[in-house]
Design a protein around this ligand. Structure first.
Ligand SMILES: *Cc1c(COP(=O)(O)O)cnc(C)c1O
Length: 384
């Protein structure tokens, strides 16, 4: 009976401290959440600017639904591509500083589509070992050869590029690594890509809206621009909505429109989400104060951790993981924080490498300094 195999697998996961379970939220995303009837101070959303429940986004969504209905009703290439999608694509391209942008329904799908449209059999994808799962899945699906380079090791990447003589070359990387919080060496990566005539796909899921002046993202933060860079970001994190986009040269976007299967064979995102995202983008652009506040909170957290037995991983971004190592210890730490009314998720393999289970603390501009103080104090209590 195949059921018994499934049970066996789940039991085994449970015994390793790897079973995954959901908790039911009874409130919108915010630093103060209600989970299954209890209130918590939360440090685990990617809603870095607190826009997911912002009144201006809510009313833009309502207005968008009033004008364009609920569902797009078709794929972009059939009859699902509305003026709201069009306007958002124009705004995103300008925001990123690329000729064109293309909307996808999720970041996961954007990565699948972009990689699969740009490379195939006989080509090679070069990927940082700590890339997001969606980039890993994307390269598998593309059927290109796969080469993984050591995390943020541009010398290793250059060696691998050197050895590859035929086919297209595509380097793919998280800009801000999603489970570590550190930033890719984008200027070095670009230089190596130029030397070896490779494309560079940058996944800015965690930098877009958060890094750079005006929240223009990791590329702007690093001060680089190049036609060979293909930029992807999600609208589900700092923008506070859902969906994603790829921004690039026109010929790249036209290629995606024609070849990206996760673009062609799926229903367009609801148009009302595009109007909410447009307002999110405006708030991001005007949000330098929010970002300055966020960076103060990051500094406050890091200095508060100095006297604690746990170490924060080296990160300057809103992702501030506490390295624990053992799966069950990470779970237990998360559980003990929860008993104190604080919600921080334990991240375990295979999301992170074996032996590097961690608590992934994320900060948001919606947190107050007193929230961070409470988190640090809770850790001090646990250390006693
Ligand atoms: C979240 C995330 C994605 C996926 O984006 P979604 O819009 O949530 O599907 C892709 N890449 C990275 C690095 C991410 O963190």
């Amino acid at each position: 009976m195949p059921f018994s195999e499934l049970h066996q697998d789940l039991d085994e996961r449970a015994s390793l401290g790897l079973l995954r379970q959901r908790r039911m939220m009874l409130s919108p995303q915010s630093p103060h959440i209600n989970v299954e009837g209890k209130s918590y101070l939360s440090f685990c959303s990617n809603d870095y600017l607190g826009l997911a429940n912002h009144p201006k986004l809510i009313s833009a969504l309502q207005q968008g639904a009033a004008n364009f209905g609920v569902g797009a009703g078709a794929a972009h290439l059939v009859s699902g591509h509305t003026k709201l999608h069009h306007d958002l694509e124009i705004a995103l391209a300008e925001f990123i500083g690329k000729p064109m942008a293309l909307l996808f329904s999720t970041g996961y799908m954007a990565n699948l589509g972009a990689v699969q449209a740009l490379v195939g059999k006989g080509d090679t994808v070069f990927a940082d070992k700590l890339n997001h799962a969606s980039l890993n899945d994307a390269m598998q699906l593309s059927r290109a050869n796969m080469q993984r380079y050591r995390h943020n090791d541009v010398v290793h990447l250059a060696q691998l590029l050197e050895k590859t003589i035929s086919g297209r070359k595509l380097v793919i990387t998280d800009a801000v690594f999603s489970m570590d919080g550190d930033i890719a060496k984008l200027p070095d990566l670009l230089r190596v890509c130029e030397q070896h005539d490779a494309w560079l796909l940058v996944d800015d899921a965690h930098g877009f809206g958060v890094l750079g002046e005006g929240g223009h993202g990791s590329l702007s933060h690093c001060g680089i621009t190049s036609p060979r860079i293909v930029c992807m970001a999600t609208l589900g994190k700092a923008v506070g909505v859902s969906g994603a986009f790829v921004a690039a040269e026109k010929v790249v976007i036209d290629t995606l429109i024609n070849h990206a299967r996760s673009y062609v064979y799926t229903t367009a995102m609801p148009p009302a989400l595009a109007s909410a995202a447009l307002v999110g983008l405006e708030l991001i652009e005007q949000g330098d104060e929010m970002r300055a506040h966020l960076h103060k909170l990051i500094a406050q957290l890091r200095s508060g951790f100095h006297e604690l037995p746990w170490k924060l991983m080296p990160s300057t971004t809103a992702i501030q993981p506490v390295l624990v190592g053992d799966n069950n210890q990470a779970l237990s730490l998360s559980e003990r924080l929860r008993e104190r009314g604080i919600w921080v998720a334990a991240i375990r393999p295979p999301t992170v490498p074996q032996g590097t289970a961690r608590l992934r603390i994320t900060l948001s501009a919606a947190h107050r300094p007193s929230d961070v103080t409470r988190l640090i104090e809770a850790f001090h209590e646990l250390a006693r």
